[in-house]
Design a protein around this ligand. Structure first.
Ligand SMILES: Nc1nc2c(ncn2[C@@H]2O[C@H](COP(=O)(O)OP(=O)(O)OP(=O)(O)O)[C@@H](O)[C@H]2O)c(=O)[nH]1
Ligand SMILES: [Mg+2]
Length: 615
């Protein structure tokens, strides 16, 4: 066994490096507890839980992962650790597959507590080994509450196999984790989760694997978080020891991890029990024994890792808050595209009612016929009826029931509504397709109006027509307008009002609009002029138009809702971003006030030097 570098410089990370040894053991090792921290953490937990990132924005996937891992870390480690600063120190043994982690743990506790093997990966579910005196704490499940405690070895990654080993001193526990670079996804995820719950990482790598990318990614995370780390370079061929150990020490220093104690274990044989020879593990077990015996040093490790994890929350939470704001902003932008499309549709309908384009073709023809039958005149009161005398000679007696005009009005309106709904759906669809989050929400049917749109449009028009007749009937009490409230009079007046709605403002069809010839057209034209000259008709028409537009708005709103309901999921009930930031700030303030990591805290024991080993 060799250790490298100046042991003083390797005696812990900066915050705990100032002093080593046991002189502070008499002091309350738990020190200040950070009064406001548990409440601030609980608040943060709730704020993170309220954040959703359902829209497919570039920031969403990582925000979901970060949110999930922060929640897990709060539950697994931060909250229980804050509640029990004096609980045993948990060393999580992590590293590359087959590096010899399980063999090392077994050797350190001098018992086969975790299966080691040649099949990769061997360790599928974590094994926690502690002194019998500490098993109560780990068994009660405050820490890593999501893992079911078992007394038997298990392959289920959702379990935690608890083993006691009298050879292991109290106050210190080892957790043998699955491999961090596993081909098995669940293994990798679990390894990350376990490392996030560690007070100390014992990072095991080998001469063959120490330059791999995955371990270094994790080590960067650990450094950023200020986690206390110790490194084991395992199974090093004797002839390569100096070169490999020097290279790894250099890499650690380059990555800002020069303070981590480094233990270099030579390649050796395992005994019949699968354990390493004592002399190989001695420096490591001595170091751990010293740590276990030094309450002050243990407390400092716990506090530094805890403080680092708490400090790392702040920027992570700020990132989540930004991502949550982006979700709302994107939902707003998507909604605006939909609203613009359907506002356009509404305007087209309004325009259609203003410019008289509806008073063409079939409607106009039916109107002319209707007026031409004299049915219309018979039903109107004298004021308009005055025209009758002048026009009666021009009016033919062809049968053209009011029903036909009514149908023509209906189908004209329905056609218009279908047209604008189709255009709006297409515009909204195209608008969303051009937005990454929108594209992910689309289904092909959204490009067209809802399947039942035609039926709903027809019902809308019929309901409106009925409404107009009711309006006329109600006004019928006013004898200035309708002479008699006989149903045919109501009908005829109602149709005139509908026509007036179609030709609102000063529009009256010109000779051109009214097509050619025939006394009928002249009569129709004259009647229209008479109608629009009538204040009562104008008033009714205004109300009927308002009613029609309100119904159209409602129908189009239902169409727009097919889109808007999809972004609604991205809108939490209340603002999420600012409360998240505030919760993160509260945790950070409480952390700073807590004095968890104080500069004069005792540090890690130094890794034994070769000279010390020689003694
Ligand atoms: N010769 C020799 N074999 C070792 C040594 N350390 C571990 N082994 C063997 O290497 C194989 C893998 O060791 P494990 O302890 O299972 O490795 P691990 O890191 O726990 O592997 P996973 O759980 O799959 O991540 C086993 O067969 C061990 O017996 C050693 O120092 N020397
Ligand atoms: Mg293993």
């Amino acid at each position: 066994m060799t250790t490298h570098g100046d042991p003083a410089a390797r005696s812990g990370s900066p915050a705990v490096a100032a002093r080593t040894g046991t002189e502070d053991a008499g002091k309350d090792p738990s020190g200040p507890t950070g009064d406001g921290l548990p409440a601030a953490l609980t608040g943060l937990r709730a704020a993170i839980g309220a954040a959703r990132f359902p829209l497919a924005l570039p920031s969403a996937e990582s925000a979901r992962q970060i949110g999930a891992s922060l929640t897990a870390q709060l539950d697994d480690y931060l909250l229980p650790r804050m509640a029990r600063l004096d609980a045993p120190l948990l060393v999580v043994v992590g590293g590359s597959t087959g590096a010899g982690k399980s063999t090392l743990v077994n050797s350190l506790v001098q018992a086969r507590v975790s299966a080691a093997g040649v099949l990769r990966p061997t360790t599928r579910s974590p094994v926690l080994v502690c002194n019998p005196a500490d098993s109560g704490w780990f068994r009660q499940g405050e820490l890593l509450p999501g893992l079911t405690r078992t007394n038997e070895p298990s392959e289920d990654p959702g379990t935690l196999h608890l083993v006691t080993a009298p050879a292991l001193p109290a106050g210190l526990a080892f957790l043998d984790a699955p491999d961090i670079d596993s081909v098995v996804d669940a293994n990798r995820a679990l390894a990350g989760q376990l490392l996030a719950a560690a007070d100390l990482w014992l990072f095991v790598t080998t001469a063959a694997r120490y330059a791999d990318a995955v371990p270094w990614e994790l080590l960067h995370t650990a450094r950023a978080r200020g986690v206390v780390i110790a490194m084991v370079l395992d199974r090093v061929p004797v002839e390569a020891t100096d070169e490999v150990a020097a290279h790894l020490a250099e890499m650690l220093a380059d990555q800002g991890l020069g303070a981590a104690p480094l233990f270099v274990l030579p390649e050796t044989w395992v005994d019949g029990q699968g354990l390493l020879p004592d002399q190989v593990t001695a420096p490591l077990s001595t170091w751990f024994a010293r740590l276990a015996g030094d309450a002050g040093a243990r407390s400092a490790v716990v506090r530094q890792t805890l403080d680092g994890a708490l400090a790392a929350l702040h920027p992570a939470v700020a990132g989540l808050a930004d991502a949550a704001d982006e979700q709302v902003a994107a939902a707003d932008a998507l909604d605006e595209r939909v609203r613009a499309a359907y506002r356009g549709a509404e305007r087209t309908v309004e325009q259609g009612l203003k410019d008289g384009r509806l008073l063409r073709g079939e409607v106009l023809a039916r109107w002319q016929e209707f007026v031409g039958t004299g049915e219309f005149f018979r039903t109107l009161e004298a004021r308009i009826g005055r025209l009758r005398d002048r026009l009666v000679s021009a009016v033919t007696g062809r049968p053209a029931p009011a029903a036909e005009l009514r149908n023509a009005i209906e189908s004209q309106l329905v056609t218009l509504l279908r047209g604008v709904a189709a255009e709006a759906a297409e515009n909204a669809y195209t608008g969303w397709r051009a937005h990454p989050a929108g594209a992910a929400l689309l289904d092909p049917p959204l490009a067209h109006p809802a399947e039942d749109f035609p039926a709903r449009a027809e019902r809308l028009v019929r309901d409106w027509q009925r409404g107009v007749l009711e309006l006329v009937r109600a006004e019928g009490g006013d004898k200035r307008f309708v002479a008699r409230t006989a149903s045919y009079a109501v009908n005829a007046t109602g149709l005139a009002v509908m026509i007036a709605v179609f030709a609102s403002t000063a529009f009256i069809p010109t000779g051109l609009e009214v097509a050619t010839g025939a006394g009928t057209t002249v009569a129709a034209q004259a009647v229209l002029q008479a109608i629009f000259g009538d204040q009562a008709v104008r008033t009714l028409a205004n109300r009927a138009r308002g009613d029609l537009l309100a119904r159209v708005r409602e129908l189009l709103d239902a169409e727009a809702d097919r889109f808007l309901s999809r972004t609604a999921a991205a809108r939490p009930a209340a603002d999420v971003g600012d409360p998240l930031r505030a919760a993160g700030d509260r945790v950070e303030d409480a952390r700073r006030r807590s004095g968890l990591a104080t500069a004069d805290a005792p540090g890690l024991p130094a890794a034994p030097t070769p000279e010390a080993e020689a003694r």
